[in-house]
Design a binder for this molecule. Structure first.
Ligand SMILES: [Zn+2]
Length: 210
């Protein structure tokens, strides 16, 4: 906590000066983020840092494994679905990015297939939403044996699974139909901070070019 308090103090007395006008403007005019950015809760994946975004730019959802459930996945814990509806229908973002990453603990857990722990029922249920990704790995990636390679493949497939699931939201369907919304699948490599984007033409993730 001491580290957090010191950080808050450093921000208030230092860097905040650079943002004072922007925060005042955003407080008066409200937010108008251009992108819904869905990524993993992992402490090494910082949406604003890796995209050099400013306050007000990104509406960020961080969840375990950047899993996007289908619109049919109801229940009292589906805050990701709520954020998708709000960002698409109220904030009217123009873009949605789902950003998976290397060394993802959620993907490791998904592939490890250990018996579910009784003390983590929410976590078990949450990861189970991505069970189809595990099936895809079994079906299409039997040739991959190395753990890291399998986990990275799972992270990429999980992004594609999330993009598919986005299509199940009626608001997303409407905005895609009228051409006002674009969907993007990204993969972040932690060690080198490289970003890769899914190319629907080559069906591959390729280095992101601006
Ligand atoms: Zn992760």
């Amino acid at each position: 906590m001491q580290r957090l308090m010191e950080g808050v103090h450093r921000f208030r007395t230092g860097e905040f000066g650079n943002y004072r006008k922007l925060f005042r403007k955003l407080s008066q005019e409200g937010q108008n983020p251009h992108t819904l950015f869905i990524t993993c809760s992992d402490s090494r994946v910082l949406a604003e840092l890796i995209t050099q975004s400013q306050p007000g730019d990104l509406f960020v959802v961080k969840n375990i494994g950047n899993i996007v459930p289908t619109a049919a996945a109801r229940g009292d814990t589906n805050s990701t679905a709520a954020a998708i509806e709000f960002a698409v229908e109220d904030l009217r973002v123009s873009d949605i990015v789902i950003c998976g990453h290397s060394q993802c603990g959620a993907m490791a857990a998904l592939l490890a297939e250990k018996p579910p722990r009784a003390s983590t029922p929410h976590l078990n249920d949450w990861l189970n939403l991505a069970a189809p990704v595990r099936e895809t790995l079994h079906k299409n990636y039997a040739h991959l044996h190395e753990t890291q390679a399998r986990e990275n493949a799972a992270a990429e497939e999980n992004v594609l699974f999330g993009l598919d699931n986005l299509h199940s939201y009626s608001g997303v369907q409407e905005r895609l139909a009228d051409g006002t919304l674009r969907l993007h699948g990204w993969f972040f490599k932690i060690a080198t901070a490289e970003l890769f984007a899914y190319d629907p033409e080559t069906l591959q993730f390729a280095p992101l070019v601006s």
